[in-house]
Each structure stands twice: as structure tokens, then as C-alpha cells.
Design a binder for this molecule. Sequence first.
Ligand SMILES: [Zn+2]
Length: 69
Amino acid sequence: MEFCPKCLSPQNMRLSTSVREQTNAEGVIKKILTKNYQCEVCHSFVRGEDIEVSGDDIGGATATNVTAN
Ligand SMILES: [Zn+2]
């Protein structure tokens, strides 16, 4: 739940993500993952997040199992 400034109350958010590629001055391609949160009730845009991802990192970190004896 996020606070919707249009509804003036907390609402369920609809999350949409998109990935775009950006080339910097050195010619390195970076992937930018954009998360957009939209109010489910009034469909107004509430907030967005830009997350820089590298390579196949989309989907989160890989868990590592450590066994301690
Ligand atoms: Zn709303």
C-alpha cells in the first residue's frame, strides 16, 4: 500500500516495470530498470524508481548457502 496524493488515502498500487538501455560517454551500455507505481483506484502515477542493473542481474541476487560446522 502506498499513499495516493489524489485519493488522499493509502491504496493498492499497480506496479509496472520497464527496462531501457542507456549508453554512457564511454560507450558502455547500462540497463536501467524503471518501476512505476500507479494507484489501482484512480490510475494516477504515484512514484517511480530507476534502478541501474548490470547484465543479467534482473531478478535479484543469487543466494549463497554457507554451511558452518
Ligand atoms: Zn488514487
